[in-house]
Write a protein that binds this ligand. Sequence first.
Ligand code: TXA
Ligand code: MG
Length: 321
Amino acid sequence: MEDCSSVILSGELAVLPTETVYGLCALACDPLAISKIFKLKGRPSSNPLIAHILNLSWLNAISEPSPVAFKLGEFFWPGPLTIVLPKKNLIPLNLSAGLPTVAIRSPAHHAFRKVLELVNQPIAAPSANLSNRVSPTTMEHVIQNFGKHCPPIYDGGPCEHGLESTVLDLSERHPCILRPGPISLPEIENALGMKILDQPIKHSLDKISQKSPGNSKIHYAPQTPVRLFKSLTHMIDQQETMINQVVLLPSLEKSNEFTVHGITTLLLSKDGNPRSIAKNLYHVLQKADQLGKEKMNICLLSGTEALIPAINDRLVRASNK
Ligand code: TXA
Ligand code: MG
């Protein structure tokens, strides 16, 4: 951790685990260090980064927080909720991609928090993957992305949630979800005692990408073409078309219904629990990709559990090319 913090303090990049995915880190207030993140990821300069802070007392230095922002921070931080607020000048324009706002969260992972404490200033960190590729949830996955250009990494093992944070816009009159994630819409509504907008349901994805440029339709894509089924039953019914292909199953339960020979099946979880599926999703997508098959078959999840909209969001994106 000390090594990573001295690397970051010197204006270079380091990779740290968070409770969601691994982050490619640099000092948030150093425009030169920020430009190194964009370059290494191959990220368009129009896609802003998240600034990570140790606690609520750091909010005022970089943003114009509203009472709602403080309430959410008190409730959910440290944790996987990112809030978008009007930014202050300390945040360089290349971090915010020229927007007048900044996305902020306080991560829960002890290693990331220790480094925040040591550098004593906000750290910018997008997911530590090449732009438009699957986010990394293990150290090995980060190394596969960056190869010999990989910055120093702190290995924190597999990430707890496995899906990127929920992004909530607080810069407009009505709070609105820009990216569904581990903290669900009902949880946020309960904490605030008010309705918030779930833009992904009410508007087209194109509108979201204007508001949150990183949320383009082809985000999170593996290299193997993905065929998405609306349910497990539909996927099972179509198995004759999947010879020599790979199938990602949500649980063990129905695996014996794949009776056609020549299909490779991978499990997203044993028990179908959405928490396990979320945790394993990117790792299994990555594994399926490495098989080099002609196609990957996956299905949307059904159910009322809070994590399901976030998981289905990533499945839809993985299938968009
Ligand atoms: O869980 C996470 O959020 C991880 C860990 C490392 O913290 N980070 C992450 O960062 O997923 P990234 O860069 O891969 O995704 C950040 C998302 C993008 O969709 C980006 O467009 C959006 O947040 N975003 C950042 N700043 C924004 C802003 N000012 N307004 C709207 N959306 C913003
Ligand atoms: Mg990302």
